[in-house]
Ligand binder design. Structure first.
Ligand code: FES
Length: 137
């Protein structure tokens, strides 16, 4: 399984405001949230994500801010790796896509919520499979 190159979950505004209250430097910290959120944007069309050999059947791999799954043999799906609960990056794909922050789990086949607190599915990312290469569409 591939390691996630984006290892830091996004710091949300409320976390930054709490930190600012502790250290008394509100404006620079709040301004720092924008670039973090920009890192969570999906890659542009045509970006190579992985190969079919690297995606286990009944599992998946996390490539940056995209998770690529293979729910059944030969069926590939991709979703945003940004949790819909509080925007952490998911970090584990086994029988489900798992978020480490509060324990949400999402289905490999359609990104739907299997376990909250997330209430919304992971957005699907369109992909193309050309020979063994999986890229964004
Ligand atoms: S951010 Fe994923 S469960 Fe809360």
């Amino acid at each position: 399984m591939k390691e996630n190159p984006v290892e830091q979950p996004c710091l949300r505004r409320r976390h930054l405001l709490a930190a600012a209250g502790v250290v008394g430097v509100g404006v620079p910290l709040v301004a720092a949230c924008g670039p973090d959120e920009q890192k969570h944007a999906p890659p542009k069309a045509g970006t190579e994500l992985t190969t079919t050999d690297e995606v286990p059947v009944g599992g998946g791999v996390i490539v940056g801010n995209v998770v690529v799954t293979q729910p059944t043999s030969g069926e590939f799906k991709a979703f945003s790796a940004v949790c819909t609960h509080a925007h952490c990056l998911v970090t584990k794909v086994d029988h489900a896509i798992e978020c480490p922050c509060h324990g949400s789990k999402f289905a490999l086949v359609d990104g739907s919520v299997e376990q909250g607190p997330a209430g919304d599915p992971l957005p699907q990312v369109d992909i193309v499979v050309d020979a063994k290469t999986i890229s964004t569409a």
